[in-house]
Design a protein around this ligand. Structure first.
Ligand code: TXE
Length: 493
């Protein structure tokens, strides 16, 4: 098979099961095939789960620092391949090459961070109320976990889950998004080549409905870590709940950037250009709402349009390109549908069309689009997940916060202001899992917890110190060395 043709990775081997059909992933910029993969069937998922279950006892018994050494080897291999895998990211989902490389760097950073956690899987000791009794907690792995990931950060998000799961002693069955299966396979290759024992990490590629459902429903899976859309996430949660398994959800966002009248306007402009149109607007943390104080509304929009009119849209591999295509035909259709909604309920200020002609005809390119809207329209409240920015005008800080908070999501948020008191109030007032002060809504760092409130998730966080919480069970231990029965709360005080 060619380098771009992959099997499943089960029990330490790349396999193409007899009779399995294959699917291809395509470059959204030009339709070229990026790789071919096995469409896993339920029996293939079963084989992967059996391998993960078999591998679990020995992996759990491996000292966490030893597990960390394997992760460091994987990080080194990925570092050596950063250019190659970064290009594959850009080719398979369309983000510009600087972001493709950034995606891989984020994966490397997180694997290294989790390797260190292998020396810190901490519990705690607390005093007993009774004599000659020792109390402590220890962290233990959950068992076999399923990692189901989206296409927008196709190497970073898989590693946010896999590296945290592995260092905690779990074994993993990993299902990447169908349209970025090659990125997922390249992630698995570095772990395999780093010497992960067979069955500790398994890759099953294929449709979410078939492979994803099989994973979520199987009683051998003790936890599911899912990043994707709200509708799918809700379905995963319901299915997992039937088996009382932990389901961690990272879903969508409708993230606001507030620009106050005292803001450093050129800085705020750079922020919204990156936040709204980086990754063609396809980040869960993307800036999809620009909330402008009325005093700076006109000049800010003028400056925004001057920059957008100079935006270079094209081949993501060309370093001069500011924005590539959206990730797929499906994504293009969804975004164009929302643009038509916006044309009916709001005022189109820029863009609003699919780009055609020349090289554009081979890909899924949408013009950077800006609507002026009042709060309450669909484009001001629903996640569009494309290069579409809804601009709203407000009279003051209080209205800005009220508008920012009045959506069903609560992932990221941003405010540009020179007023330090207002910045600290915003930290408290903005209903989100993440708030940036004088920075765009995107730009998470791996060493801090990531996630949101309301419909963005179901209460968990990943990355940072929270990643270990997601993938471990906390066990409480009481050691009574008094050599007699002691009864807490009952023995005489
Ligand atoms: O995600 P899906 P899609 C949002 C964004 C986008 C929408 C749909 O608004 O337009 O979600 O995108 C797997 N059981 N985000 O279709 O369908 C699927 O194969 C188990 C925001 O890409 O949610 C993929 O691996 N798994 C998000 C993963 O779930 C199932 C990033 C996500 O797919 C499944 C991506 C099932 N029944 C999209 N059906 C973010 N928060 O960044 C599908 N899958």
């Amino acid at each position: 098979m060619a380098d771009s043709d992959y099997g499943l990775y089960i029990d330490g081997k790349w396999v193409t099961p007899a009779g399995a059909t294959r699917f291809s992933t395509r470059n959204p910029a030009n339709g070229e095939t990026v790789g071919t993969f096995v469409s896993a069937r339920p029996e293939d998922v079963d084989a992967a789960l059996a391998a993960a279950e078999r591998a679990f006892p020995a992996w759990k018994a491996t000292p966490a620092p030893k597990r960390g050494e394997l992760l460091l080897r994987a990080a080194r291999l990925l570092t050596e391949r950063k250019e190659k895998v970064g290009r594959i990211v850009s080719q398979e989902m369309g983000k510009v090459i600087a972001e493709g490389l950034g995606d891989v760097q984020e994966a490397i950073d997180f694997i290294e961070y989790m390797a260190g956690e292998g020396r810190r899987l901490a519990g705690e000791t607390v005093p007993s109320e009774l004599r000659s009794k020792f109390c402590l907690t220890i962290r233990q792995p959950k068992g076999v976990v399923a990692c189901i990931t989206p296409w927008n950060f196709p190497t970073a998000i898989p590693n946010w889950k896999i590296a945290a799961a592995l260092i905690s002693g779990n074994t993993v069955v990993f299902k990447p998004a169908t349209n970025t299966a090659r990125c997922g396979a390249e992630v698995v290759k570095v772990y395999a080549e780093a010497g992960l024992p067979p069955g500790v990490l398994n890759l099953v590629t294929g449709s979410g409905a078939v492979v994803g459902n099989a994973l979520v429903e199987d009683p051998r899976v003790r936890a599911v870590s899912f990043t994707g859309g709200v509708d799918t996430g809700r379905e995963v949660y319901v299915r997992g709940a039937k088996h009382l398994k932990m389901v961690h959800l990272e879903l969508g966002g409708k993230n606001p950037q507030i620009v106050m009248d005292d803001a450093e306007l050129p800085l705020a402009l750079e922020g919204v250009l990156f936040g709204a149109f980086g990754t063609s607007g396809q980040r869960c943390t993307a800036t999809s709402r620009l909330i402008l104080h009325e005093k700076i509304y006109e000049p800010f929009l003028k400056a925004l349009f001057e920059r957008l009119d100079r935006f270079v849209i094209g081949d993501p591999l060309d370093p001069r390109t500011d924005m590539g295509p959206v990730a797929s035909a499906d994504q293009e259709r969804k975004v164009l549908e929302y643009i038509e909604v916006g044309k009916r309920e709001a005022k189109l200020l820029r863009g609003g069309t699919k780009l055609t002609g020349g090289a554009f005809d081979k890909g899924h390119f949408i013009a950077p689009t800006v609507f002026e809207t009042r709060h309450g329209t669909r484009i001001s409240k629903e996640e569009i997940f494309g290069p579409v920015l809804s601009v709203l005008k407000v009279h003051d800080y209080a209205e800005a916060v009220r508008v920012a908070n009045d959506v069903s999501y609560g992932l990221s948020s941003s405010i540009y202001t020179r007023d330090v008191n207002r910045a600290f109030h915003a930290m408290d007032d903005l209903e989100a899992g993440i708030t940036y002060i004088n920075a765009p809504t995107i730009g998470a760092e791996v060493q801090l917890p990531f996630g949101g409130i309301k419909n963005t998730g179901n209460g968990g966080r990943e990355a940072g110190s929270a990643a270990i919480e997601e993938f471990t069970e906390l066990k409480t231990v009481f050691i009574d060395f008094s050599e007699r029965l002691q009864k807490a709360q009952i023995d005489p005080r």
